[in-house]
Design a binder for this molecule. Structure first.
Ligand code: ASP
Ligand code: MG
Length: 591
């Protein structure tokens, strides 16, 4: 007999008939298992409640909003429980207060602190199915103030309950068959994945978030909960979301867990940079294609915004093959001469560098973490040569001589006691490419000619974090130019388009203090990301992606990579096409 948490979304309980169908399914599972059910509000109920409030006030109190919105789930738990009883299945409904789902006291976006398992346990030990209201919590057991977890939060309730009850697994029933390789509205060939890791799921946030709340994935990953995402109107198994073998964690402060859960150090790499590469399609594809042809695996790739009409492309490889990579780059360089540039591209090699990285699902939605990392490195007087970020990882290339100081400082500030893990320590048996996602809601901002001293990046991203602006895809370029005798680099990143103007204003105000030259804002961009846990040690994935883009004459404006993700910024008008041809290029439709 297994203990299973089943969560049903709003569409799955959208009508009386549907509630009865859900009850049937729950009944079947309950024949030989213990079942806890979590439900959302029926259909569009929550939206309708929001609409009612807006008719009364444009700024309703957040406390009253939570009081109002939490009622939607109370309707569906009672009805489902009745439907179960009508089928002869003993069942009872419980609100978050009755279960004891304790959250922070921030209304409308509370994080879960703790779930008391005893009452739920007591009921299912008596053979009852327990139906719990998703999306809601209480601040504490005295005041019983009602909170909500934020829109879409009932996934989070379900996975948190599964963690607290140590359920065997958690099924998320929804109106799609599972997680698809890409957005089916843009690519009709999108195929169902049979499985995906939590890390991949988080990196594909823009793709998966519609199906599964990222906070739910974060809890699953931290507590080792296996998720099944499946359609409520079919018997197909859907997609299994696999979590790593979780370390034992305390269940108190459940969602507040540390934002950073590992510090990584890699001193096995060297860096090759191609400076002043003409800015037209095909260069990155050719370069990395030839490198992959030599069976050399590239770790980090960074291409920052262009300067005039040229780009710099920097990458790291194992020290043992730096010479091979350098030779390939040098052979290509003479052919790379931009139309008006007098100079051809130039190769620069640094045979030994170190990469320090912090990882953790909890960085999502906490804009201060990157800033904190940069500030910590600055205080330790570590200069950052390159930066590359993804959703759940921030990596910095630094001088090898600085690595001990960097690691000590980072472990200290993020309270990581274990020795730093090496990023390549866990060989995985996963396909190199799992899915591809398009994000068209970002804008690209660059601050050019930032003096190359420790502390500049910290200042910029610290300021943005104060304003609660989440930053994605931070890239610090390799090219160091002299500006008034001072070496300088460009720092580019993307932010949500809604934050673009504010970000630009903040940076303008910072310019004099930082001593940088100017700010460039580009709102017409799209970001395409390719994700796969098996791309580590699989030369050629990046080259294939870049070449696919080049064949369609799509110019790449920025590149950044993490271990399991490659992201490219392209012109907004080409985003959908880029998504389609990458999906096709990797044959993801025949998953
Ligand atoms: N009913 C809530 C909402 O619509 C929670 C959920 O459905 O997950 O956001
Ligand atoms: Mg949902």
């Amino acid at each position: 007999m297994a203990l299973i948490v089943q969560k049903f979304g709003g569409t799955s309980v959208g009508s009386v008939e549907k509630i009865q169908q859900v009850a049937q399914r729950v009944c079947e599972t309950a024949q030989d298992n213990q079942v806890v059910v979590v439900v959302s509000a029926m259909g569009k109920t929550t939206d309708e409640l929001v609409g009612l409030a807006q008719q009364i006030s444009s700024h309703p109190s957040r406390r009253e909003m939570d009081m109002l919105l939490s009622t939607g789930e109370q309707v569906s738990i009672a009805l489902l429980s009745m439907a179960l009883q009508a089928l002869g299945q003993p069942a009872l409904s419980l609100t978050a207060a009755q279960v004891g789902i304790v959250t922070e006291s921030s209304y409308s976006r509370a994080r879960i602190l703790e779930i008391q398992p005893d009452r739920v346990q007591r009921h299912f030990n008596q053979g009852e199915v327990v139906v719990v209201a998703g999306f809601q919590g209480i601040t504490n057991r005295e005041d019983l103030e009602i909170t909500t977890l934020g829109r879409g939060g009932s996934d989070t309730s379900a996975v948190a309950l599964a963690a607290a009850l140590q359920a065997d697994y958690c099924e998320i029933y929804t109106d799609v068959p599972g997680i698809l390789t890409t957005d089916p509205r843009l690519v009709p060939e999108a195929a169902l994945m049979s499985e995906i890791t939590c890390d991949e799921m988080l990196e594909l946030a823009s793709l998966g978030a519609k199906v599964l709340h990222p906070r739910a994935v974060e809890i699953a990953r931290n507590y080792g909960v296996t998720l099944m995402v499946r359609a409520s109107d079919s018997d197909q198994p859907g997609t299994k979301v696999i979590s790593p073998f979780a370390q034992a964690r305390s269940l108190s402060g459940l969602e507040i867990g540390k934002a950073v859960d590992s510090v990584q150090l890699d001193t096995s790499q060297g860096q090759v940079t191609l400076l002043r590469v003409p800015d037209f399609p095909g260069i990155a594809g050719r370069l990395f294609g030839e490198i992959a042809g030599q069976d050399v695996d590239v770790d980090l790739i960074i291409q920052s915004i262009h300067e005039g009409n040229t780009n710099d492309i920097a990458f790291t490889v194992d020290q043992g093959v730096v010479n091979t990579a350098e030779a390939v780059a040098s052979a290509i360089a003479p052919a790379l001469r931009s139309a008006d540039a007098a100079k051809e591209a130039e190769v620069m090699t640094k045979p030994r560098i170190a990469t320090v990285a912090i990882t953790g699902a909890g960085m999502i939605g906490r804009p201060g973490i990157a800033a904190q990392m940069f500030a910590t490195l600055a205080e330790a007087e570590v200069n950052i040569r390159m930066i590359s970020t993804s959703e759940v990882k921030i990596g910095c290339v630094i001088d090898e001589a600085d690595s001990d100081r960097a690691i000590d400082a980072l472990c200290d500030v993020f309270s990581i006691s274990a020795s730093p893990v090496s990023p390549h320590a866990h060989p995985q048996n996963h396909p190199p490419v799992r899915g591809v996602a398009l994000d068209t809601n970002q804008a690209q901002i660059a601050m050019r000619h930032v003096p190359d001293y420790p502390g500049r990046a910290a200042k910029i991203f610290g300021k943005l974090a104060q304003e609660n602006i989440s930053v994605d895809m931070i890239i610090q370029s390799q090219r160091s130019r002299l500006m008034d005798q001072i070496p300088s680099r460009d720092i580019a990143f993307t932010v949500s388009r809604n934050d673009a103007e504010l970000t630009e204003k903040i940076l303008q105000n910072l310019l004099p203090e930082i001593g940088a030259q100017d700010i460039l804002l580009d709102e017409d961009i799209a970001k395409v990301s390719l994700v796969g846990a098996g791309m580590v040690g699989n030369p050629g994935v990046a080259a294939k992606m870049f070449s696919a883009l080049a064949q369609q004459q799509i110019n790449i404006q920025m590149i950044t990579t993490s271990e399991i993700k490659i992201s490219c910024v392209v012109a907004k008008s080409q985003g959908e096409r880029a998504l389609q041809i990458i999906h096709e290029g990797f044959d993801l439709g025949n998953y």
